[in-house]
Design a protein around this ligand. Structure first.
Ligand SMILES: *[C@@H]1O[C@H](CO)[C@@H](O)[C@H](O)[C@H]1NC(C)=O
Ligand SMILES: *[C@@H]1O[C@H](CO)[C@@H](O)[C@H](O)[C@H]1NC(C)=O
Length: 322
């Protein structure tokens, strides 16, 4: 497949006010916490578990990094990618659909990438939610619960996630860190093929949002990838906090942080292979990397149909499915 437009550009400042007014930001969910000890059922194919995951409640930002843990050696891959799906405790049904969507898609080519998909929450304080999230984590082993953001926080979840990952995974850094949402269907193998030839450093890749004469001053919140060094920079950039730049339209703010600091200079816009599903649900593309705006079960059903997710089901007496 022909890679989409790939340009490397350095960005300067955005006009922050224009941005604030113009951008609609996606429903980003909550960032995190991390767990992952239990059996990993559905995500196994895509997400070889990082074995040895210790249940860790993310320490507060000031806390020391977690002790190094030894993890069994996994087959070498060209690179590794952490996909964080920002979500909330109440969106259990959606999460279940998204989990299946990741589990029932073709894995990346052998040996190319290790991809871990994790659902990311903020601190869960409601006792019922906390109990159910704990059970879900135990069952699936694919949940991160951040403790540097609050359950009902509206702002700053993306910052909480991106700034925590370098600390949480300090012992075994990923090459790339992705933020996405639970209304995005991400086709991991397609993304991996895109990333394969890209720089492992100073990268910022996604659906470029043109603004103020710049082709991609920031990436749309449906899903974007930064390289590990960029996440590590975010984690240590006191200037972001000093400017209160964790608040507001989060995905746009990520672009602002990077632009002001001259980071993420290797930018790649995956339009049109990343897109919003339209009202009529008729703009799917076979070379999709990510399709967004899957806010209803009907839209997920259309997505699964289009991508032939159940095409292999053999009809039987026990299985009267279309
Ligand atoms: C950041 O927010 C705090 C609390 O709302 C406020 O006191 C401070 O002046 C703000 N700083 C900047 C640089 O806007
Ligand atoms: C789904 O299957 C049909 C029939 O085999 C095929 O024509 C189509 O290209 C497939 N769609 C995708 C997205 O692979």
């Amino acid at each position: 497949m022909k890679p989409p437009t790939s340009t490397t550009t350095s960005y300067l400042l955005l006009a922050p006010l224009a941005i604030l007014l113009l951008v609609s930001v996606l429903p980003s969910l909550r960032p995190w916490s991390r767990a992952g000890s239990a059996s990993d059922d559905g995500l196994g194919v895509l997400c070889a578990r990082r074995a040895g995951f210790v249940d860790v409640v993310a320490a507060a930002a000031a806390a020391p990094p977690p002790a190094e843990t030894t993890r069994p050696v996994e087959p070498a891959a060209e690179f590794s990618l952490l996909v964080g799906v920002l979500t909330m405790p109440s969106r259990r049904e959606r999460r279940d659909i998204v989990r299946m969507a990741y589990a029932l898609q073709p894995p990346p080519a052998e040996g190319v990438a290790r991809v871990d998909v994790r659902f990311v929450f903020c601190r869960v304080t409601d006792p019922v939610d906390a109990a159910l999230v704990a059970v879900e984590s135990q069952r699936h082993g694919d949940i991160i619960v951040l403790d540097n953001c609050a359950e009902n926080m509206n702002d700053g979840k993306t910052y909480a996630y991106l700034s925590s990952v370098p600390r949480l995974f300090a012992a075994e850094p990923y090459d790339y860190v992705m933020k996405t949402d639970d209304d995005t269907y991400l086709r991991v193998a397609a993304l991996v093929e895109e990333l394969r030839s890209k720089p492992r450093e100073d990268l910022y890749l996604g659906y470029g949002y043109a603004m103020g004469g710049q082709p991609m001053p920031f990436m749309h919140g449906m899903g974007y990838v930064v390289s590990w060094d960029v996440a590590a920079w975010i984690a240590g950039a006191d200037e972001i906090l000093a400017r209160n730049d964790t608040l507001g339209p989060e995905d746009l703010m990520v672009g602002k942080w990077l632009n002001l600091a001259g980071r993420g200079k290797h930018r790649y816009d995956l339009k049109p292979r990343m897109y919003d599903l339209n009202w009529f649900m008729d703009n799917f593309r076979p070379d999709t990397v990510a399709v967004h705006m899957l806010k209803t079960n009907q839209r997920w059903a259309a997505t699964f149909r289009y991508f032939n997710v159940t095409a292999g089901i053999t009809p039987s007496e026990l299985n009267h499915l279309p």
